[in-house]
Design a protein around this ligand. Structure first.
Ligand SMILES: *Cc1c(COP(=O)(O)O)cnc(C)c1O
Length: 326
């Protein structure tokens, strides 16, 4: 039994952002988790390596995921399923107000269409879990075997993918004979990315502090989720390991709601594009970058400190929100 399927071809690169660092002060690196893998890549692939292996070990052939028309998680899952010769079903409902007339056809929706994704649309009031279970029953009745992907891929198996990422970062800094970063910055949605990173640096007894900028929850919920999942990872990887996990979760940069761009997020998108030729998306990475810029302005992060910003992907969203950059 394999506990991981291979969805990533190599370590993602760690790049120094010369122009952004010169502009803002601190030394800023970017971890390019946007760059690798099928189906358009992004942070979900690290999570799916163990989740899909679990599905295969359980003899499942049909992966079912909840999402919306612009879901990176759904798009990446469909891509991984194509690559591995598995079936997939996306249970879709509108979760983001339509940003323009082609919002539900462009970006991730377009890529899913090209991959011939099996999309089942449910009503906005319908409960994802109940609908997914119904669909799974039908799949099983037909002689196939369904497997439900956890929300955002953020269960223990998924989050372990970001423990891998923390180890990769440590490895990359060590190989370059550089001192470890003071901060790792990530957007936080369902929490698995952040929990994996927090656990990874804690287990390595590394003083790097992970700061997550929420893009979904506006309250304590997300901190509780990350806390619980981090402890679960540590318990699983290093039982009885006694450590304090020191992370920070900021919920002030969500803006109006999940999927609704913010003014300083849009500014951050333009800044990164102009200075570095890098693209952030309006839903995730731009809100985290807006948070980082604010922290530097407020001197919460100092000019002589070193930062790694996790580029979690989401390039298709740049297109889906084409009319939001004025
Ligand atoms: C899903 C996603 C996130 C959030 O990751 P979580 O593990 O759910 O917190 C961040 N950025 C992008 C581009 C994503 O697709």
């Amino acid at each position: 039994m394999n506990n991981k399927v291979k969805l990533l071809n190599r370590q993602s690169s760690l790049e120094f952002l010369t122009n952004l660092s010169n502009k803002l002060g601190p030394k800023i690196y970017i971890k390019r988790d946007d760059e690798s893998g099928r189906g358009g890549g992004g942070n979900k692939l690290r999570k799916y390596e163990r989740i899909i292996a679990d599905a295969i070990n359980k003899k499942a052939d049909t992966l079912i995921i909840a999402g919306h028309f612009q879901s990176n998680a759904a798009r990446a899952l469909v891509g991984a399923a194509c690559q591995l010769g598995l079936k997939s079903i996306v249970v879709c409902k509108a979760m983001i107000p339509e940003q323009n007339p082609t919002f539900n056809q462009n970006g991730n929706a377009l890529l899913m269409k090209l991959m011939n994704a099996n999309i089942i649309t449910i009503d906005a009031e319908d409960d994802f879990q109940i609908e997914m279970e119904k669909i799974a029953d039908n799949v099983n009745k037909k002689g196939n075997k369904a497997y439900l992907i956890p929300f955002g891929g953020s269960n223990l198996l998924g989050a372990l993918g970001y423990l891998d990422c923390a180890n990769e970062i440590i490895d990359q800094f060590q190989n370059a004979e550089k001192t470890m970063p003071d901060y790792v910055i990530t957007p936080t949605g369902s929490g698995g990315t952040m929990a994996g990173l927090v656990a990874g640096f804690a287990i390595a007894k590394n003083s790097t502090k992970v700061i997550g900028f929420s893009v979904l929850h506006k309250d304590q919920t997300i901190e509780n989720i990350v806390n619980k999942l981090t402890n679960e990872i540590i318990e699983n990887v290093k039982p009885k390991f006694d450590t304090i996990t020191d992370f920070e979760l900021n919920t002030k940069f969500v803006g109006e709601a999940y999927g609704v761009p913010t003014e300083n997020g849009i500014k951050a998108i333009k800044m990164l594009a102009e200075l570095e030729g890098l693209f952030l998306c309006p839903v995730y990475t731009s809100k985290a970058m807006a948070g980082l810029i604010e922290y530097i302005k407020e001197n919460k992060i100092k000019k002589d400190e070193t930062i790694v910003f996790i580029h979690t992907g989401g390039m298709p969203l740049v297109h889906a929100y084409y009319n939001q950059y004025e």
